[in-house]
Design a protein around this ligand. Structure first.
Ligand code: SF4
Length: 337
């Protein structure tokens, strides 16, 4: 962990967490040099806790989720540490140091993944039931056919897939968007992971189905003490589930803390701007002008400076270190005293 990552780790209370991420970075090689779509992320997820990760497109949210489980592009380098607590008293595992075989055993069994568009994640030429069975077989190869069939139906039922015996014989393209997402959730949870990384799981769905999927995730959390890392560009959606909030900009977590506190008293101008852009009854949402900068053309100092209405000359001198706003609330902004 380098010097910029240390402040978060050192000033936060040492508590036992399911996931303890310390300075996670993902570095990619580009034609113009190496860039960091994830730059020294530090956060923790407690058992059964829901953590929301928000930011505009291009802020690095998806790469952070993928970086945790090693699903990064060829040639990408991961750095830092991401400690996953051991199951049943086993020692913790550093996901960054783990090799591909170790990560394969962790993906699905310990950490499930759900993506925005299930059509790209589900195999279009395999029946839904066969895909859930496959997810089970990878982690429990000794299961007999009858038990596999029973567990497949149970996984679909748990994800509120209607009529599981019929659905398991269907192909993904025969299902509606909402049912496909439920099938994806069934697959992701089939092997009983303790953490679900859900990346924009409701973005492609209409509002009614979106609400149903959010309710489903909330119920699954309660039933299984499942922890959730919920990634979305949509702040109102994230706040329906999240207890803790991470706000990401240009590869860095710029604000983090208890969701209610961050929403009521945002300390980073970017978080405040995201909140002002949320449509509200009887009010015109403010538009945040400009775009997330290209990673190979980051401005000096604070990456948000070109869009920040509070910027001062000193904002461009150095990248802001995390500053404490409250007991568990931090922001990378020089305005925080
Ligand atoms: S450090 Fe400066 S430019 Fe960056 S968010 Fe804070 S006030 Fe704005």
């Amino acid at each position: 962990m380098d010097s910029l990552a240390r402040p978060f780790a050192s000033i936060m209370a040492l508590v036992n967490f399911l996931l303890d991420v310390r300075g996670l970075s993902v570095e990619l090689a580009t034609a113009t040099g190496r860039v960091r779509p994830v730059d020294e992320a530090c956060f923790r997820v407690g058992a059964g806790e829901a953590v929301g990760l928000v930011g505009e497109s291009g802020s690095g949210k998806t790469m952070l989720g993928l970086g945790l489980v090693g699903l990064v592009p060829p040639g990408a380098r991961r750095g830092g540490e991401a400690w996953l607590a051991g199951r049943d008293g086993a020692p913790p595992v550093n996901l960054v140091a783990e090799g591909e075989r170790g990560l394969e055993a962790i993906r699905g069994r310990e950490i499930g993944m759900v993506f925005q568009e299930p059509m790209t994640a589900l195999n279009p030429v395999m029946r839904v039931g066969a895909q859930v069975r496959e997810a089970l077989c990878i982690h429990e190869p000794g299961l007999g056919a009858a038990e596999l069939g029973r567990r497949t139906l149970a996984a679909l039922e748990r994800a509120a897939v209607s009529d599981p015996p019929a659905r398991e014989r269907q192909y993904p393209h025969e299902l509606s968007g909402g049912l496909r997402q439920r099938a994806m959730i069934a697959m992701a949870l089939a092997a009983g992971p303790r953490l679900l990384v859900a990346d924009e799981p409701t973005t492609a769905l209409d509002v009614t189905v979106q609400k149903q999927i959010l309710e489903l995730l909330g119920r699954l959390r309660q039933e299984s003490h499942l922890a959730l890392l919920f990634i979305s560009h949509d702040l109102p959606v994230v706040t329906q589930l999240a207890e803790q909030l991470l706000v990401m900009y240009a590869g860095r977590i710029v604000e983090q803390g208890p969701a209610r506190e961050v929403l009521e008293r945002p300390a980073h101008p970017y978080t405040a701007a995201l909140l002002e852009a949320v449509p509200r009854k009887g009010a015109t949402p403010a538009v945040l002008a400009g775009n997330v900068p290209r990673l190979d053309a980051l401005p000096p100092g604070c990456a948000f400076a070109p869009r920040c209405r509070y910027r001062r000359p000193e904002c461009s001198l150095a990248r802001p270190e995390p500053r404490r706003v409250g007991p568990e609330h931090y922001a990378r902004c020089i305005l925080v005293p």
